[in-house]
Design a protein around this ligand. Structure first.
Ligand SMILES: Cc1cc2nc3c(=O)[nH]c(=O)nc-3n(C[C@H](O)[C@H](O)[C@H](O)COP(=O)(O)OP(=O)(O)OC[C@H]3O[C@@H](n4cnc5c(N)ncnc54)[C@H](O)[C@@H]3O)c2cc1C
Length: 400
């Protein structure tokens, strides 16, 4: 029998996390229930300063990288404890600062020297990483990438271009896939390199997105010199290191709780509206609206169960592969359905995006999400590619 209830130990850990958050979280950092959008923070804002102090408190507990060994600044928590930690942070609307997925990849494939050098600054926040995979001609067919790295003594010299590099404009480190052997079959001539974004020869050009923010960039490399000791795993075997990274990135285990909370906040808002203007809200007018809303709650529970499967695999020391793709397809397409349901229920004013506007509903959160959630089924590998992974690696179906 599957029992979803906490064991006594898990319940006690959950209570400990709650107590810590209750005692320590500065009010300025509580995420608004009607607006959980996070943007690249202005480093001089009051919130950014409070976030720095918050990070210090979490560092003391090892909760920035709860899965990591204590010697690298982690807390050695089991996957279930990590899940409880994530859930409790989300339930109390506390910002959950974490480490980038590249940390988990270095933990699996990196040398001890690389782990000592690169992991601790991820915990303290000194290192801000971005991911240099995609290129103008290489997205889904990532193995066709052309950015070239040529060996020169103890270094590699890099020339080429990356695109859609999230956060490159605020990052000081990058992990990139580069071609080290152009003669080899395409998957076998790639290496996984770590280097500073402050290296001479790097130019970053921001790209503007549909919802007005500029989260990602083009990055150009011109004779950038990188120490060869920064290759993770073997030279020319980087494709497999990069694939591990994608498995971590796609597992999306943090999303499920947040999705339930989003639905809760929408329901509360609609019920308030109903009370203020009895019988006029979409919820009371339409059977279809109520049915749509119920569907989204069912899906939120499916998302949570998919995440739990990924967690149970991690608990056994396995790296989820097609299971992570299943979670990614479901969670990201589900986020789009939530946004569609919400904008439909809020009616014409639900389309306004202005946070402070008189007529904006829930600070324009849902219309922004309607636009921003489009990209979630593209980033980290498109839904079509995830379905290919599930069909071939998960179900053993032939490749087309
Ligand atoms: C929000 C966001 C953040 C991102 N952040 C980063 C980042 O930080 N670093 C980074 O390196 N990249 C990043 N990306 C890029 C992302 O990984 C690529 O956009 C993605 O892999 C798709 O590649 P592409 O855009 O070149 O589309 P293409 O590969 O050209 O695909 C175009 C269309 O064809 C379909 N298609 C392609 N091949 C197949 C196939 N074999 N079977 C079925 N359908 C197929 C695709 O599903 C898609 O619909 C980000 C993208 C987004 C949207």
């Amino acid at each position: 029998m599957v029992d979803f209830a906490d064991t006594a130990e898990q319940a006690s850990f959950r209570a400990d996390v709650r107590q810590f958050l209750g005692d320590n979280l500065p009010p300025v950092l509580t995420v608004r229930p009607d607006d959980d959008r996070q943007e690249y923070e202005d480093p001089n804002s009051e919130r950014a300063k409070a976030l720095d102090q918050w990070r210090e408190k979490l560092v003391e507990r090892g909760w920035i990288a709860p899965a990591w060994p204590k010697e690298y600044g982690g807390a050695d928590l089991s996957p279930m404890e990590q899940f409880i930690l994530n859930e409790t942070f989300a339930e109390t609307r506390s910002p959950r600062l974490g480490v980038p997925d590249v940390g988990s990849t270095i933990m699996v494939h990196g040398s001890e020297e690389q782990q000592k050098e690169f992991l601790p600054p991820m915990v303290t926040g000194e290192a801000r990483w971005c991911q240099g995979y995609s290129e103008p001609g290489s997205g889904s067919d990532l193995a066709s990438l052309q950015t070239r790295a040529i060996r020169d003594g103890d270094d590699f010299i890099i020339n080429g271009q990356k695109i859609w590099t999230s956060g490159a404009h605020v990052a000081n480190m990058i992990f990139a896939l580069v071609r080290t052997d152009p003669e080899a079959p395409k998957h076998r001539g790639i290496s996984y390199l770590l280097f500073s974004m402050e290296s001479p020869g790097i130019t970053v050009r921001p790209l503007e997105q549909i919802h007005g923010a500029s989260g990602f960039n083009e990055v150009f490399f011109e004779d950038v010199r990188v120490p060869a000791k920064n290759v993770v795993g073997e030279v020319n075997r980087g494709w497999y290191v990069g694939a591990t990274h994608l498995d971590f990135e796609r597992s999306s285990i943090g999303l499920a709780v947040g999705q339930v909370l989003m639905l809760d906040s929408l329901r509360d808002y609609l019920l308030e509206e109903e009370e203020a203007d009895s019988g006029k809200s979409a919820m009371s007018r339409s059977d279809q609206a109520r049915a749509d809303f119920a569907d989204r709650y069912i899906e939120a529970n499916v998302a949570r169960t998919l995440s739990q499967r990924v967690i149970s695999m991690q608990a056994r020391g396995e790296i989820p592969n097609y299971e992570a793709s299943m979670t990614k397809v479901f969670s990201t397409e589900f986020t789009q359905r939530i946004a569609r349901t919400a904008t439909k229920l809020l009616g014409k004013y639900g389309e306004l995006r202005d946070r402070e506007g008189d007529y904006s509903q829930m600070r324009g959160r849902w219309s922004t999400m309607y636009l921003s959630s489009i990209s979630s089924t593209i980033g980290g590998g498109t839904s079509e590619i995830q379905r290919n992974v599930i069909a071939t690696r998960g179900l053993g179906l032939p490749r087309g």
